[in-house]
Ligand binder design. Structure first.
Ligand SMILES: Nc1ncnc2c1ncn2[C@@H]1O[C@H](COP(=O)(O)OP(=O)(O)O)[C@@H](O)[C@H]1O
Ligand SMILES: [Mg+2]
Length: 262
């Protein structure tokens, strides 16, 4: 379980987060949604230990402030919102960076795991390609393969690990969006946990166990998609009129804006 309590962050002397609390359980996909600039990335960075914060972040009861970098790297892997790589690395080299950080695999396993991670993101055969020569969506899937290599086993020595994903499907076509969301769900069903920042509310409703809705550096609402996807909460968070409905053959909510023009 990840338990972040009362996180406050200032960036360049500007207050960005104001007492944000987030809980993410193993076995569950927790989605963070909210408008641009609402503090989603900053929250994920604080949970990852990548930005200075007031408050506490615990992973499986361990205060991350007391963990060494290599200990943290075994407990969580981070997919950043964008990754600029200025050296001509190949796909194979980038994916293996995950393995060298995680360090859970022996030498004999590394080739197999790197290969399987690329297969999982539908990039079989891309090993020798240069990262810079790939499309944005392909690059995003390479980064996802790297993250999977870092945390190949969702549970290690009885402790769940976590994937922290900042907009993992933002550049992907619909088929690959489903590929990546199913991978995240599969990681959860094998005992790990996932926190994913999402923009597509309908994809989120399909895949997330819990949604955390942020607005202006605070948590506005948190709960299951059924609980928090209401007309009132959606409008309050995103500032535009939206109508929530449910799919004809189930209970999954979906949302559409009231009108195309305003
Ligand atoms: N390095 C920085 N210095 C000052 N302000 C920043 C910095 N990085 C982000 N911000 C501001 O913090 C707020 C939250 O940013 P962010 O967490 O990236 O939002 P989100 O991911 O929800 O779009 C925004 O208003 C953004 O402009
Ligand atoms: Mg962001």
């Amino acid at each position: 379980m990840i338990s972040a309590s009362n996180l406050s962050v200032r960036l360049s002397d500007k207050p960005v987060l104001h007492g944000v609390s987030v809980e993410a359980r193993a076995g569950e996909l927790t989605a963070i949604v909210g408008p641009n600039g609402s503090g989603k990335t900053t929250t994920l960075k604080a949970i990852a230990g990548e930005v200075a914060y007031d408050g506490t972040v615990r992973i499986n009861g361990h205060d991350i402030a007391a963990l060494k970098p290599w200990e943290l790297a075994l407990k969580r892997a981070v997919l950043p919102q964008s990754t600029v790589i200025s050296f001509p690395f190949t796909v194979r080299e980038i994916v293996r960076m995950g393995l060298s950080i995680g360090g859970t695999a022996g030498a004999a396993q590394t080739d197999r795991i790197a290969q399987e991670a690329l297969e999982a993101v539908d990039l079989t055969g891309f090993s020798g390609r240069f990262y810079q020569e790939l499309s944005g969506g392909e690059q995003q899937r390479v980064q996802m393969a790297r993250v999977l290599c870092q945390i190949w086993e969702p549970v290690t020595s009885g402790e769940p690990s976590f994937l922290l994903l900042d907009e993992p499907v933002s550049s992907l076509d619909i088929r690959h969006q489903l590929t990546i969301m199913r991978l995240a769900r599969d990681f959860c069903s094998r005992g790990g946990g996932v926190i994913a920042i999402m923009h597509d509310l309908n994809l989120t409703a399909m895949f997330a166990d819990r949604m955390i809705m942020m607005k202006t550096g605070r948590v506005h609402a948190a709960g299951s998609p059924q609980e928090v996807m209401t007309d009132e909460i959606m409008e309050a968070v995103f500032g535009c009129a939206m109508r929530v409905n449910v799919t004809p053959h189930g209970t999954v909510p979906f949302v559409l804006p009231h009108t195309a023009a305003h």
